[in-house]
Design a protein around this ligand. Structure first.
Ligand code: NAD
Ligand code: ZN
Length: 373
């Protein structure tokens, strides 16, 4: 029987992954500190009673060492995510937490057979674009001065022409243009290069926007589907940044769990960063409209020229690499939104935490507004 540690296993992706692994006959241990912003009521009901559940902080050396004992494969999902203002906390949990976990494995010579780490499409700058003149290009992040003028377009780095979006392959430049993105780069690079040094197979899965049942309804800083739902259920308009025409690639959480299982069981992806997505870009405005239609709540989304510096305009994952290894997403956006709504209807305390958070983000400059002429 294979034995797994799922860090962050009480969260959205980790909990679905833990369920899938158990169904596949694995023995699963979960390490999660139940981050209060995500889990306002403590241990969620979906962490089954009989789970080998360690409530503790990944960053605590003794805790992670104990959690790793007797494990074959680590699925490292725990992270601090989204657009929050705490710079130190991102670096501490995501970068240092990962570094220390690797150090413990090496120091104690633990017989770990593979590490699958949750990376993100946030590692890409503007992703890939297509220039009418220069073909496939990788534009740098749009300067904040441009965004302040309300110019949302992405320009060719060679000639400055406006580009159209193209699926972003794994060989696109990475760097991270937000603090979160930067720490996801740290995580994946640490794991991949460390794995090569010590001879342990590793895979970094660059997830696209992932959503589905169990996505926190309390965390106003991350999860656009959850945020739009909680806004609408409170009779408030979803807030669109820029003009709402930016596109994202969405993955249903059960598909992402399957991608993790594939990465663990196949050796085709070892040593690689791997996009996990649908391969389809959807405008954010359309996501808001789909949700309001499905809920039967007709409140138009609101776009008032706010933007988040460092956020990419378009990102669609080029999923050729993972598809070649046998991955096939099974739940499309419409079906997935339906599944999320079925779940959220059964939740109590569906409140709006976004308005307050938005004020904080404005004050800290994480959300800005176009300069008025
Ligand atoms: N959801 C997405 O759209 C998305 C996209 C790209 C990448 N990711 C990555 O996927 C992973 C899982 O994300 P998710 O959407 O399930 O988020 P989530 O917030 O639902 O789950 C993360 C879990 O990690 C736990 N955690 C946080 N800090 C911890 C710590 N110091 N010690 C132990 N546990 C800790 C939280 O309590 C939570 O249960 C993260 O690494 C995230 O960066 C998510
Ligand atoms: Zn060009």
């Amino acid at each position: 029987m294979k034995r797994a540690l799922v860090t962050g296993g009480a969260g959205l992706i980790g909990s679905h992954l833990a369920d899938l692994l158990r169904r596949e006959g694995w023995r699963v241990r979960v390490l999660d500190n139940l981050e209060p912003q995500t889990h306002r009521h403590g241990r969620p009901a979906w962490v089954a009673e009989d789970t080998d559940f360690v409530q503790g902080d990944l960053c605590d050396r003794a805790t992670i060492a104990a959690a790793l004992a007797g494990v074959d494969i680590v699925f490292h999902q725990a992270a601090y995510g989204g657009y929050m203002p705490e710079i130190t906390k991102y670096v501490h949990v995501n970068s240092l937490g990962t570094a220390q976990m690797l150090e413990v494995i090496r120091e104690q010579n633990l017989p770990i057979k593979k590490i699958v780490v949750a990376s993100s499409q946030a590692v890409y700058s503007e992703g890939a674009g297509r220039c009418p003149e220069h073909g496939l290009v990788f534009p740098p992040v749009r300067p904040v001065e441009q965004l302040r003028m309300g110019d949302w377009q992405v320009h060719c780095p060679v000639c400055g022409a406006v580009t159209t979006t193209a699926p972003t392959p794994e060989h696109a430049p990475i760097g991270g243009e937000t603090v979160y993105g930067l720490t996801k780069v740290d995580q994946e690079k640490l794991v991949l290069l460390w794995g090569k040094q010590v001879g342990i197979p590793t895979v970094a899965l660059r997830y696209s926007c992932t959503y589905g049942p169990r996505q926190s309804i309390f965390n106003p800083y991350t999860g656009v589907v959850a945020i739009f739902c909680t806004r609408l259920l409170n009779d408030l308009p979803p807030v669109l940044y820029e003009d709402g025409e930016q596109t994202r690639d969405f993955s249903f959480v059960e598909d992402v769990a399957r991608a993790n299982l594939l990465a663990a069981e196949s050796d085709a992806l070892d040593g690689l960063p791997v996009n996990v997505g649908s391969g389809r870009g959807v405008p954010i405005r359309e996501v808001a409209e789909q949700i309001s239609h499905a809920l039967g709540i007709s409140i138009a989304p609101q776009a008032e020229g706010e933007f988040r510096p460092g956020e990419m305009r378009h990102l669609t994952s080029d999923t050729e690499r993972i598809r070649a290894a046998g991955y096939q997403p099974q739940v499309d956006l419409a079906a997935g939104i339906g599944r999320y709504l079925d779940w959220i209807r059964g939740q109590r305390d569906v409140r709006d935490y976004f308005s307050e958070a938005a004020d904080v983000l404005r004050r800290k400059g994480i959300v800005q507004r176009v300069a008025r002429a």
